[in-house]
Design a protein around this ligand. Structure first.
Ligand SMILES: [Mn+2]
Length: 332
């Protein structure tokens, strides 16, 4: 039996057109990994399209070639490579028939909730970021690391390690980062764009969210909400609320932080939920109860078909219980 890296190399060799897609609400790992893989496949003289039906987050609109990301491929690709998520219809930010109708499907992911559902599945929860996996794939393929590819991969590593501050910052990850900087990636630009820069509107939204901050369970649970009206009052969308949950998580004594945002689509109201937690509290399992996913320390979900206030009550009462319950320890 071939190792996953060899199987993926074979899949790239055997096909001429590729769909690359990651999770809904893509982040710097999803977009950076996708763009790096796209550039590498195109460098082999093949067609590759990075797809995101949720667009590219503003914080990532400095990456080389980010404007090539589109909401659908121009035609059915032969091979679908799904990265940074579990590959299911609900999680993939691409029109799913393109995934289903692909002759061959590859899954590359580092989330612990993913299962081998495609033709080739490279699932490795020890990897700090999908970008680390793409880095190793490109090394395996002997693809030259251009400054553009290096910048995209460093963006992915930086996103998922909190700019090399989380406990998933492994020696291998730092070695890859060093190699990427040597190849032309710009860590200062990435840190500024991903972690520091914030629009004026997002800063105003942060003020609203902090004003409404709730302290629960003796300070172990911190939460807040942002309503449609809050978003309208500062004329911004959901992408401007990303960092609020981290600010709540950083309050001394907090173990679980939750931000709930009121949105809507053609199915009706949606409550978008971002969760940050002490990893022992398994944010991924907390969100899985509501059909979401993520990591032990950071996860998300969407609650549909209920008014916002009801969703908030449901999630917060669940969170209060969650804090006092035992959760499966993370098996290494
Ligand atoms: Mn990731």
């Amino acid at each position: 039996m071939l190792a996953p890296l060899d199987e993926i190399a074979q899949a790239i060799d055997a096909h001429d057109s590729f769909l690359i897609a990651a999770h809904v609400g893509p982040d710097g790992d999803a977009i950076g990994s996708g763009l790096a893989l796209q550039q590498a496949i195109r460098a082999c003289g093949k067609e590759a399209w990075t797809i995101s039906t949720d667009s590219v987050p503003v914080s990532c609109r400095f990456l080389p070639d980010w404007q090539s990301v589109s909401s659908a491929p121009p035609r059915q690709p032969q091979c679908a490579i799904i990265i940074d998520c579990d590959g299911s219809r609900d999680r993939v930010a691409a029109p799913y028939h393109f995934v289903q109708n692909a002759k061959f499907r590859v899954l590359i992911d580092h989330h612990r909730t993913s299962k081998p559902i495609f033709d080739v599945n490279w699932l490795d929860i020890a990897m700090p970021a999908t970008a680390q996996m793409i880095y190793e794939l490109l090394k395996h393929l002997q693809t030259p690391l251009t400054p553009e590819i290096a910048q995209c991969l460093l963006c992915g590593l930086s996103t998922d390690t909190g700019n090399f501050r989380f406990s998933n910052t492994t020696p291998a990850c730092l070695r890859a980062a060093a190699d990427l900087v040597e190849s032309g990636a710009d860590p200062a630009q990435i840190a500024l764009k991903l972690f520091d820069e914030r629009s004026l509107e997002a800063t105003k939204l942060l003020a609203i969210a902090l004003n409404k901050m709730q302290v629960d369970c003796d300070g172990e649970l911190m939460w807040t909400t942002l309503t449609t009206q809050d978003f309208q009052s500062v004329l911004v969308g959901d992408e401007s609320s990303e960092n609020v949950v981290n600010i709540l998580r950083n309050v001394r004594g907090a173990r679980l932080a939750i931000v709930m945002r009121e949105r809507a689509d053609e199915t009706g109201p949606i409550t978008r939920v971002s969760v940050r937690a002490d990893p022992q509290l398994r944010a991924d399992l907390f969100c899985a109860q509501f059909g979401g996913g993520g990591h032990a320390a950071a996860a998300g979900c969407r609650v549909r078909y209920r008014p916002f206030e009801e969703s908030v009550k449901l999630i917060i009462s669940n969170a209060r219980h969650w804090l006092s319950e035992e959760h499966p320890v993370i098996e290494e």
